[in-house]
Design a protein around this ligand. Sequence first.
Ligand SMILES: NC(=O)C1=CN([C@@H]2O[C@H](COP(=O)(O)OP(=O)(O)OC[C@H]3O[C@@H](n4cnc5c(N)ncnc54)[C@H](O)[C@@H]3O)[C@@H](O)[C@H]2O)C=CC1
Ligand SMILES: Nc1nc(O)c(N)c(N[C@@H]2O[C@H](COP(=O)(O)O)[C@@H](O)[C@H]2O)n1
Length: 244
Amino acid sequence: MSLVPLCSDLPQFLQGYLPNATKKETSIRPFITLTYAQSLDARISKGPGIRTTISHPETKTMTHYLRYHHDGILIGSGTALIDDPGLNCKWGRDSLANSPRPIILDTKQKWRFGGSKMQELYNKGLGKPPIVVVANDPAIKEHHVEYAICPMDKATKQIDWEKLFEKLKKDFNIQSVMIEGGAKVVNQLLLRNDIINSLIITIGSTFLGRSGTEVSPLQSVNLKGITWWKGTTDVVMCAKLDNE
Ligand SMILES: NC(=O)C1=CN([C@@H]2O[C@H](COP(=O)(O)OP(=O)(O)OC[C@H]3O[C@@H](n4cnc5c(N)ncnc54)[C@H](O)[C@@H]3O)[C@@H](O)[C@H]2O)C=CC1
Ligand SMILES: Nc1nc(O)c(N)c(N[C@@H]2O[C@H](COP(=O)(O)O)[C@@H](O)[C@H]2O)n1
């Protein structure tokens, strides 16, 4: 499906929150944007296992414009298994060149590239092959997939986000990453002002109800550098996570 044109005021609105393509990031980690679409009641889907459209076509186009500006796009395995997303970039003339590298956080090794929408796009020359983040050498290695082995923290049984992003930059030359979700990933990273450079949230004018998948961090989070854009049905907030 093709995209509607990008609203003319969006590039200016987003400019201060995007990785700077001309300036190589000097940090040991890539530039990281946390971005997702939520309902008025802070839900990102109608419920477990339900792929839900929240964004209006004009903010969907904005998401593809964001994809255009990043080297990598990271999602958790929950999202990969439920949504079977394409994660390519349809904005601009050359989908293959413009698409970010999909990065799937799949430490339980449940997701398969084979048979996925991502593989279909890759086979058609419309998307890049994924990097799959695993905790140890995978038993099954799929063709065209690269693996980022990132040991789990023994206490938390989670990967160390800092080490993962350092590895993505050092081993895969990923200079910028947009993180699209899902809820488990977003709820962790909303607390990481040491890692997240920009926060871009689309808010759709709908309520998805209490059985919806909620985004809400464990503790309160303060924002700074806040700016809003208003579209036909959605608003978009750009901000930075505060250090307080
Ligand atoms: N509206 C929107 O913008 C978006 C909505 N979604 C929705 O979100 C839902 C999926 O969200 P969730 O179920 O929360 O799944 P998720 O996509 O956050 O993936 C969770 C899985 O990722 C792995 N993971 C996450 N953090 C980890 C860590 N620190 N260390 C090791 N492994 C880790 C684990 O395997 C975990 O089970 C779907 O319904 C999807 O449609 C997803 C992305 C964007
Ligand atoms: N921006 C945005 N708006 C919504 O309404 C959404 N449901 C999502 N979901 C994210 O986009 C992925 C789908 O990508 P493709 O269109 O298949 O390339 C999905 O997996 C979520 O990460 N995003």
